[in-house]
Design a protein around this ligand. Structure first.
Ligand SMILES: NC(=O)c1ccc[n+]([C@@H]2O[C@H](COP(=O)([O-])OP(=O)(O)OC[C@H]3O[C@@H](n4cnc5c(N)ncnc54)[C@H](O)[C@@H]3O)[C@@H](O)[C@H]2O)c1
Length: 374
């Protein structure tokens, strides 16, 4: 992010395009995907050109905010457009595999929201299509791109925490509203992919390759009410091959959290320092060299970027940040993170967690990795 833009929505002084160009983005799935159509107004390296959804209501809502774009109910029409260089996918979890493969086959690069895929079959299809078509993909792991998590990462890379000794991440959120709007959440996926993808990705971002997971799962009263087949409460211990350990936790049926806690939190325990990043309060807490606890709270400075100056909990800024990261990576030919193989690694960890919770035993991640990368 460079400088502040104070007038959103309806930015008057759109930043100039970078010298290397500006990528056209077509979005499929206009519920969460509408956030990207609007959020792209913040950046110069990419622009929205088209939107696709099966629902006329969703198309109308996006058209009201971005009337100048091309809209269709037919994904093939979006894929046929030359001005769509990147396809951004926000359809239900179980459709990601098919929509990624079709975009690759049409010669497009892809942004896919989390979770990248939710089955071994789709993981293998997507990998094979990427190798065949040589297209690139970024996984939209939004939490990495939220301000406190960016500040925490920069401090980690400056060596402020020393060697990491424990990583602790959670995402906790009562989801009755989600079942009401997206019935597929109870039926066609598992909360290990839909929700726990945030903390599992954060753990992997810091720990790298995970060797083994030991997960416990249970079903909340809310989950039982919605006929959930899998679990919606997870506690997971993770271990790397060099012996570092981490924990990921998720609860998708709980009552409201006490205000002191945030839906997503990441605590890094290092040999020289400890720090906490939070979503959605936009707080980053760490310890200065003299022992002073420092609370960085940029909510009022940056809420126009992350939240469109309205409620907490939207993703405009994170989506704009990752679209900018990927578009610049494509324009400059530089690597991005998390790209496809890293996303598939995270999928392997999540699938190992799912199996561990159901089989009630630790699982070596390589058993899933061998199935996906064979
Ligand atoms: N933090 C984040 O990054 C974040 C937040 C919320 C959701 N998500 C992810 O975004 C995805 C969508 O979630 P949501 O909450 O918007 O779900 P949703 O059910 O509200 O919306 C999905 C949309 O996709 C459309 N759709 C489905 N199949 C289609 C097809 N074949 N062609 C065109 N449109 C189609 C539906 O009509 C619907 O409007 C999920 O994978 C979810 O995990 C990510």
């Amino acid at each position: 992010m460079t400088g502040f833009i104070r007038h959103i929505p309806g930015i008057k002084d759109r930043p100039r395009e970078p010298a290397s160009g500006c990528k056209g983005i077509g979005v499929i799935g206009l519920h969460e995907g509408r956030t990207l159509l609007v959020g792209l107004e913040r950046i110069a390296s990419a622009r929205a050109v088209a939107g696709c959804d099966l629902s006329d209501e969703k198309l109308a809502a996006s058209r009201a905010e971005r009337p100048e774009l091309f809209y269709t109910t037919d994904y093939d029409q979006l894929l046929a457009r030359a001005d769509v260089e990147i396809v951004a996918i926000y359809t239900p979890d179980a459709s990601h595999g098919e929509h990624i493969v079709r975009a690759f086959e049409a010669g497009k690069d892809v942004i896919c929201t989390k979770p990248l895929v939710n089955s071994v079959v789709d993981a293998k299809r997507v990998l094979a299509a990427a190798r065949r078509t040589k297209r690139r993909l970024l996984v939209g792991q939004s939490t990495r791109f939220f301000e406190p998590f960016r500040r925490q990462r920069a401090a980690f890379e400056r060596g402020e925490f020393g060697a990491l000794e424990l990583v602790d991440a959670h995402y906790i959120h009562r989801m009755d509203w989600y079942y009401a709007k997206s019935p597929w959440a109870a039926r066609d996926t598992d909360w290990v992919f839909l929700g726990l993808s945030h903390p599992v990705d954060l753990v992997r971002w810091y720990c790298g390759e995970i060797e083994e997971v030991h997960a416990f799962g249970s079903r909340s009263a809310l989950g039982r009410e919605h006929g959930l087949a899998g679990f919606d409460v997870y506690v997971v211990n993770l271990r790397t091959s060099d012996g570092r350990i981490a924990r990921a936790m998720g609860h998708y049926g709980c009552e409201e959290l006490p205000a002191a806690r945030n839906a997503i939190e990441l605590v890094l325990y290092g040999s020289r320092g400890t720090s906490l990043a939070q979503y959605h309060d936009m707080r980053y807490v760490h310890t200065a060299d003299d022992g002073t606890q420092v609370i960085e709270d940029p909510l009022y400075a940056l809420r126009h970027w992350y939240f469109n100056s309205e409620v907490h909990g939207m993703h405009y800024g994170e989506f704009a940040n990752y679209a900018d990261h990927f578009a610049r990576g494509l324009l400059d030919g530089t690597p991005c993170s998390p790209e496809l193989e890293e996303g598939l690694e995270t999928f392997c960890v999540m699938e190992a967690v799912r199996r561990s919770a159901h089989e009630r035993r630790p699982i070596a991640v390589r058993t899933v990795r061998n199935e996906v990368f064979a």
